[in-house]
Design a protein around this ligand. Structure first.
Ligand SMILES: [Zn+2]
Length: 168
């Protein structure tokens, strides 16, 4: 079911990463497996999404570029501030969080990019917030901003649901 073409993601001919950095090697193995799964879903006509920060090195991998060349596979850019991603200590501010999405399947998806209408807080440092039993805890902003806002989840669910409905 998975053709050899997908293995180009982790082929030494197109991969330019370091074999000395264990974290980088693990990351490349993980994205290689993700691409194989996405490819298998594409071959069956299913829908899939892969979300990653736009600043990530994965967008430079040739395997990603060749996958994006397949019919029905596209990349969109969005800012999670437009979906309501905000710090827990300032409800009027937003985390901008530039994000890339690989969309497998022809369902519509309207990617929202920052319109500048909100103040942004950098995803740096920690935020103190109230936890269970009113105990205050420090949470890294990077951790807090890693949770997708509900509005983005609904848009992603709509993307996947649209694909299901069309197959019926
Ligand atoms: Zn914004």
């Amino acid at each position: 079911m998975i053709s050899g073409q997908a293995s180009v993601v982790i082929s030494h001919k197109v991969w330019c990463g370091s074999l000395r950095n264990p974290k980088e090697v693990m990351g490349n193995k993980t994205i290689g497996v993700c691409m194989l799964v996405l490819r298998a879903i594409w071959e069956t006509g299913g829908t899939a999404t892969l979300e990653h920060p736009l600043s990530s090195g994965i967008w430079r991998l040739q395997g990603i570029h060749s996958f994006l060349g397949l019919h029905g596979v596209r990349k969109v850019r969005l800012h999670q501030c437009m979906y309501g991603l905000r710090p827990s200590d300032d409800c009027s501010a937003r985390y901008r969080k530039a994000t890339g999405l690989i969309l497998v399947g022809g369902s519509p998806f309207r990617a929202r990019t920052c319109d500048g209408s909100r103040r942004h807080v950098p995803i740096l440092g920690t935020v103190t917030r109230c936890g269970p039993n009113d105990v205050q805890a420090s949470v890294a902003r990077s951790h807090e901003s890693g949770v997708h806002p509900a509005s983005l989840c609904r848009c992603l669910a709509k993307f996947h649901c649209y694909g299901c409905c069309r197959r019926r």
